[in-house]
Write a protein that binds this ligand. Structure first.
Ligand code: ADP
Length: 291
């Protein structure tokens, strides 16, 4: 049996060449994207995917060219949120995938390719060792997707990251230093603690952390003009040590239209949540344009 130290070069696998070919293909596909914004949290269920989708819709309605990449291959939400579940991306002129367009947004989500409720499997030849391969395969698949997709020119590509502070950093590292980070938190001490871990996990990386958006920042009650506290500490500053780019209230209307794959921009009178999303989208663009 030969050991690693006896293998010369790449052992004839061309693995190094293959990786650099893949990286070059990804760089070509992303060359016309002005800003890559990875939207993470660390904590699940705080509305990260919802805000990614709605901020994208607001920016698109303002005339920005926007794409959404669902990087959560295991728990994709963007196909449902974008109303493109069951509508797969089709190959374009050069055989590259064309993301599905909806509301002026270009959406690429594995959820478009899977039946509702179906999960991606990461099989391994060795039982109880799928964990060894999972992260590697997941990022390798994402790299293959990025190398195969034709976004065209974009002002902003929003990347919806999976939950987990360590994974937030792992995906930021994967996307490269040009990807800026936007975190989503809610005004609960529990969520804030996890999001703070994401801030720490990102600290050693060169990626710019633009700030955070506080979601579920009060309750926008239907039929009244007030926003009431939702969490005990709603009125306190989140204290994450990074700029707050917006506070989005909880609005049951937003939950309902998200489930239907619709955008807030479709609603004539969407109230405080639409105002807050527009302000957050503006703050995000300002932060991106800052030198
Ligand atoms: P995450 O991506 O952080 O796991 P989701 O975006 O999937 O969270 O949101 C979880 C649930 O909360 C969804 O049902 C979504 O519709 C709802 N939700 C998120 N933000 C809001 C909000 N501001 N108002 C109403 N419902 C919201």
């Amino acid at each position: 049996m030969r050991t690693y130290s006896q293998i010369e070069g790449d052992g004839g696998s061309r693995v190094v060449e293959q990786i650099s070919d893949l990286n070059a293909a990804i760089a070509r596909r992303m060359a016309d994207i002005r800003h890559v914004v990875a939207v993470g949290s660390g904590k699940g269920g705080v509305g990260k995917s919802t805000l990614t989708r709605q901020l994208g819709a607001v920016l698109a309605a303002q005339g920005k060219r926007v794409g959404i990449l669902d990087a959560d291959l295991n728990g994709p939400s963007q196909a449902v949120l974008g109303g493109v579940q069951g509508i797969p991306p089709l190959p374009g002129e050069e055989g590259l995938l064309l993301p599905v367009s909806r509301d002026g947004l270009k959406i690429l989500s594995v959820g478009s390719l899977l039946a509702a409720g179906e999960a991606l499997a990461w099989p391994s030849a060795s039982p109880r060792h799928t964990h060894v391969w999972r992260a590697t395969r997941e990022l390798a698949k994402l790299a293959e997707l990025l190398a195969a997709v034709c976004w065209g020119p974009l002002d902003v590509l929003l990347v919806d990251l999976p939950p987990g502070p360590e994974r937030t950093a792992q995906f930021a590292d994967f996307l490269g230093p040009q990807a800026a980070l936007l975190l989503v938190s809610i005004p609960s001490a529990l969520a804030r603690g996890v999001v703070a871990r994401s801030v720490s996990a990102l600290a050693p990386l060169p990626n710019r952390l633009l700030g955070y958006v506080e979601n579920m920042s009060g309750y926008a009650c239907a039929g009244c003009d007030t926003v009431r506290p939702l969490f005990p500490e709603s009125t306190e500053a989140a204290g994450l040590g990074v700029p707050c780019l917006g506070r989005i209230p909880f609005d049951p209307q937003l939950a309902a239209l998200s489930d239907e794959g619709r955008a807030i921009t479709e609603m004539a009178d969407a109230g405080p949540v639409a105002t807050a999303l527009t302000a957050a989208a503006g703050a995000l663009m300002l932060a991106l344009e800052e030198p």
